[in-house]
Every structure is written in C-alpha cells, then in structure tokens.
Design a protein around this ligand. Structure first.
Ligand SMILES: Nc1ncnc2c1ncn2[C@@H]1O[C@H](COP(=O)(O)OP(=O)(O)OP(=O)(O)O)[C@@H](O)[C@H]1O
Length: 322
C-alpha cells in the first residue's frame, strides 16, 4: 500500500517526509519526496508509545544517520491504550516547534516531525539525532550500579541539559535513567522529550492523561495538586536517577505503582537499599532533590555547583565502574 502524506501535516517543522512511493511497513522501507529522502533501517528500540529505527536521511547532496521514532496515531478511540496513544500524539503536535528549536549538546537534537498514512493507519514520524550508545537504564541493567565518580560524571551532564531546559521554563517531565542516552565516549543526552511542556502552561492546569504515573515522579505531579507544578518536578526525578545509578535499582524498587502513590502521598521519599551507604555529601544532595515542598527543592544551577559533584581534575570516563 503506498504511503500518502497526511492532509494536515504538522506545520513549520516537517523537514523530512516519506513520499508516495515508499512502504513504511517494509523493514527497509524507502521513502522519498521532492524535498528530502530517507531510508528506514533496523529497529533500535521500543518505548511505550513507539518504535525507534535507525535511518539514513539524504538531504541535498549529503547523507546522515538519524533516529526515527514511529508512533501509531489511532483514528478511533477503542480503549484506554488508544486514548493514551492519541493524547501522546496531540502532545507531540503541541511541543513539536518547541523541540526542534532546542539546541544543546546534552539534549538529543530533534530534526523534524511529520504524519503520514501507512496501510490506512496514521503514523507520526519523529526525526532525531542518532545517539550511538545505549540508554543509561540499559547500562544499569546490564552492568549493575555505577561507581560514585561515574554517577557524578553523568549527573553533571544531565544537570547541564536540565539547566538549559529550565532556563527556557521547559519542564522535562520524563527524566529517568531510560531517557538518558549515552554516546560511546560517555557523553550523555536527554531524550524522549515529547512529554515536555512550558512551565506557565502547566500552572493551574489539570493533570493530563498523557502523563502516566511513574516512580520517578515528584509528589506534586503524582498527587495532582491544583496549584500545578514547576520545573522543580524534574529535580525530584533527578534525585531518583542519582539513586538509580548509585544503587542499580529503580526508585521505590520494592513497591508496585499503587504503593508508590500511597507512600508519596504520605510524604515519604524513595528509600536507599540497606546494602548501599551514601556519604554525607551524597545524602545532602539527595535531600536537596527530595524536599517535599517544591519551593524548598534546589534548582539545577544550584545543584550543578554542589560539592558532591566535584571530580578530580584529571578524571576521565573509562567504563562504568571506573
Ligand atoms: N535518538 C536516538 N538515538 C539512538 N537510539 C535511540 C534514540 N531515541 C531512542 N532510542 C532507542 O530507543 C529506545 C526507546 O526509546 P523511546 O524514547 O521510545 O522510549 P523510552 O525512553 O525507552 O521509554 P518510554 O517511551 O516508555 O518513556 C531507547 O531506549 C533507545 O535505545
């Protein structure tokens, strides 16, 4: 079945489009139109909302490896899954312009968005810079917890990315080890930013169904407080990522989601497993991230200068336990 471009493509950011001749459901679909051509390669990952492929984009005269996240966009809402998927697609449409405008070395570069029809189904393609390594969460599952210096090294980079987003009043809303992608040299990039939103838009808005409850979420997000939430919600998630790296376990590692919700409502914080001992500086850093009142939580700029994150001048990334 030939591809057809959607009659309402997302304006202003459609920098790449599969054209009429390709068949996107083939494993090596070849898509082209007059403006830009790209070839889909192997599947490199799966998330809750879409599949991520390696692809070769061929803009005028030069080819470039990119990653393409393909998201199915349901035409009819049949069940809760379709509802979540549709809400996700609307959210992407809302933030697409915001995402392509971001430009920072610790944030995955968004290259463009488009919608097309594949076998009568609407598909959204999200084009991104390709990151050559794995997700930080995957490395933790494969290799176990990181050394303290390696954890600090990643925290510093994540904080630089967060500081950039927060200086633009963007709430990331999806910080977890699985959303941080690593290059082979250990440099890392925040990815999966489709849940992001501007701080002033969320203020006093109700909790939206695009946001699943995740153990990384701050109390004010999980508890759906009517005053809304701010960029400080990401700082709580940052504390969760630090615990993930130092312990090798997800936040609230012993609890099902329903228990996480109950414990968060009781003003509890993610526990530290008994076999792990944190230094006083690490505990102080953690406490600054896990202040229950968001106004008392540290900012990304403040945490970036925290003495806990100091590394020796000659320190270099040589692997996860170095
Ligand atoms: N730009 C990219 N470059 C290279 N690989 C990527 C890129 N984006 C995603 N991936 C791969 O695809 C996987 C799935 O990514 P995706 O963003 O869809 O979901 P996720 O962050 O794992 O989870 P969720 O969608 O549940 O939040 C990642 O773990 C990673 O392995």
């Amino acid at each position: 079945m030939p591809n057809k471009q959607a009659s309402h493509p997302i304006p202003s950011c459609c920098v790449m489009s599969p054209g009429p001749a390709g068949n996107i459901s083939d494993s090596r679909a070849r898509c082209s139109n007059a403006a830009v051509k790209w070839i889909r390669g192997e599947l490199i990952g799966r998330g809750t909302y879409g599949r991520v492929y390696l692809a070769l984009s061929m803009t005028t005269g030069k080819s470039q490896l990119v990653a393409v996240k393909q998201v199915d966009s349901p035409q009819a809402i049949r069940d809760e899954n379709d509802q979540c998927q549709a809400t996700f697609v609307h959210s992407v449409e809302r933030v697409s312009k915001l995402l392509v405008d971001l430009n920072h070395r610790h944030i995955v570069q968004y290259l463009g968005f488009e919608e097309c029809f594949v076998d009568h189904s609407r598909v959204m393609n999200i084009f991104m810079e390709y990151v050559s390594g794995s997700a930080l969460g995957y490395c933790l599952r494969e290799k176990g917890r990181f050394s303290e210096d390696v954890s600090k090294f990643f925290m510093l980079q994540i904080l630089r990315g967060l500081r950039y987003l927060h200086s633009r009043r963007i709430i990331y809303r999806n910080l977890k080890a699985d959303s941080v992608l690593l290059e082979r040299d250990g440099s890392c990039k925040l990815s999966d930013l489709e849940f992001s939103t501007m701080e002033d838009k969320i203020h006093k808005l109700p909790f939206t169904s695009v946001q699943r409850i995740l153990p990384w979420m701050a109390p004010e997000v999980i508890c759906h407080q009517k005053e809304g939430y701010s960029v400080k919600a990401d700082i709580w998630s940052l504390g969760c990522v630090l615990l993930e790296m130092l312990t090798g376990k997800r936040p609230w590692y012993e609890d099902e989601l329903i228990m996480v919700t109950i414990k968060v409502k009781q003003n509890k914080r993610p526990p530290i497993p008994p076999e792990v001992t944190l230094s006083d500086l690490a505990m102080n850093f953690r406490d600054l991230c896990f202040a229950i009142n968001p106004d008392e939580r540290a900012s990304a700029s403040h945490l970036r200068r925290h003495p806990y994150l100091e590394l020796p001048d000659d320190w270099k990334f040589r692997g996860f336990n170095g």
